[in-house]
Design a protein around this ligand. Structure first.
Ligand code: NAD
Ligand code: DAU
Length: 356
């Protein structure tokens, strides 16, 4: 394909939670870019997340597996890709404990296949090229219950098969700069929350369970701490890093917003009950302490001073507002949730793309 737009960007994993927000932001904000969303539509990929932008002139969807090197090469050629924002991954820690092979395959081999396809296609002409790898704070391991934070220079110390696979992929991405000179940039973000998150993750799972009067499985004593960031603030940060980040740099992205799980769960219960018009305390009895996650990291907390000082990024939304918006979105979009829990969401691709 000849260049039809000033930039041709490949966004992988764009049918997932964070990827769909990044695709939406780029398609709307940059009409002069071509946005190619490449996603294999695993259980976590849902094209219904992109219904509002999938008819845009500057948007294309490609169903492909990042592990399939020949297909990646073909996509680079077909769409004259000059920038990559790589989000496709297996992302759920509990699944990685049950099935580590899939995580090594997708997150390590898939990233390597994409890197190699970029290297082969760009063949040493790095001008205006960038491979941006979206990663996680979990690569840094776990913090104690103190005031320490993960910085960009914190040593890697992953504990779960998920974080080990993401750490490995980060190392491969840096190796492609150090060895071949490919322009790369990496960001490591804390826990995201917001619309379109697959309901295996804590916040959407618990909102849906409360709505249906189902129990809320709290791992261990509920004392683990996470740093929560509204997903649209992460997408804004990705936009900034892609356009203004320095090559070979790492940027930590976080909310300076730490919550002990059990305290967060109480906020979720209170917010859902309030929005459903239930008397306060109605759903408190749903809390059920269950066996802890194996190797459950105690605490994550990100120091995002660098991206604030160098790129001027800060979270725009206060947590109270973000969680109220998030609960409202899930309650108002029950059909989206029901299509996932019934499995019907997988048919959207068939309707949209195969029967055209
Ligand atoms: P997600 O599970 O919601 O979405 C992942 C997407 O990748 C899905 O659409 C899926 O179909 C696609 N995918 C999976 N395997 C693929 C393959 N082999 N080929 C092509 N596509 C494939 O994940 P998410 O929560 O949106 O996370 C996106 C990225 O951000 C991941 O790399 C994750 O490690 C990272 N991250 C997530 C968080 C978070 O809180 N969710 C925080 C920091 C970093
Ligand atoms: O820190 C960034 C990471 O955040 C991302 O890289 C991952 O892709 C993303 O899934 C998320 O990982 P977590 O394991 O922190 O998220 P999860 O929503 O699975 O769990 C949040 C916390 O809640 C964690 O301490 C485990 C706990 N939990 C989770 C579930 C699903 C429960 O107590 N009960 C549950 O049912």
């Amino acid at each position: 394909m000849k260049k039809t737009h000033i930039k041709h960007i490949l966004i992988t994993g764009g049918a997932g939670f964070i990827g769909s927000h990044v695709v939406r932001l780029f398609v709307n904000k940059y009409p002069d870019y071509l946005i190619v969303n490449l996603d294999n539509l695993t259980y976590a990929g849902n094209l219904a997340n992109l219904k509002d932008v999938d008819q845009a002139e500057n948007y294309k969807f490609v169903k492909a597996d990042i592990c399939d090197y020949e297909s990646m090469l073909e996509v680079f050629r077909e769409y004259s890709i000059d920038g990559v924002i790589h989000l496709a991954a297996e992302s759920h820690v509990d699944r990685s404990i049950k099935d580590p092979f899939t995580f090594a395959q997708t997150n390590v081999m898939g990233t390597l296949s994409l890197l190699q396809a970029a290297r082969e296609s760009w063949s040493g002409d790095w001008a205006d090229k960038l491979f941006y790898h979206v990663s996680t704070d979990e690569v840094y391991g776990a913090l104690e219950f103190d005031d320490s934070l993960f910085t960009e220079t914190t040593s890697y110390d992953p504990h779960s098969p998920y974080s080990a696979s993401k750490a490995s992929s980060d190392h491969f991405v840096r190796a492609y700069y150090d060895t071949y000179g490919m322009p790369i940039v990496i960001s490591n973000c804390s826990n995201n929350y917001g619309p379109y998150q697959f309901p295996e993750k804590l916040i959407p799972l618990f909102i849906n369970n409360i709505r249906h009067g189902k129990s809320l499985p709290v791992y261990g004593k509920g004392e683990n701490i996470r740093d929560w960031l509204y997903v649209i603030d992460h997408a804004r940060a990705i936009d900034l890093v892609f356009h203004e980040g320095k090559v070979r740099e790492t940027y930590n992205i976080g909310g300076f917003n730490e919550w002990k799980n059990i305290d967060l769960i109480k906020v979720i219960i209170k917010t859902v009950d309030k929005q459903l018009g239930n008397p306060p305390g109605t759903s408190d009895h749903l809390i059920t302490y269950v066996t802890d996650r194996a190797g459950h990291d105690l605490r994550y907390a990100i120091d995002s001073t660098k991206i604030k000082n160098e790129l001027g990024w800060e979270p725009s939304l206060q947590f109270e507002e973000g969680i109220a918006k998030t609960v409202a979105w899930y309650l108002e979009n029950q059909e989206w949730m029901d299509q996932i829990t019934s499995g019907a969401y997988e048919e959207y691709y068939q309707e949209m793309y195969l029967k055209r």
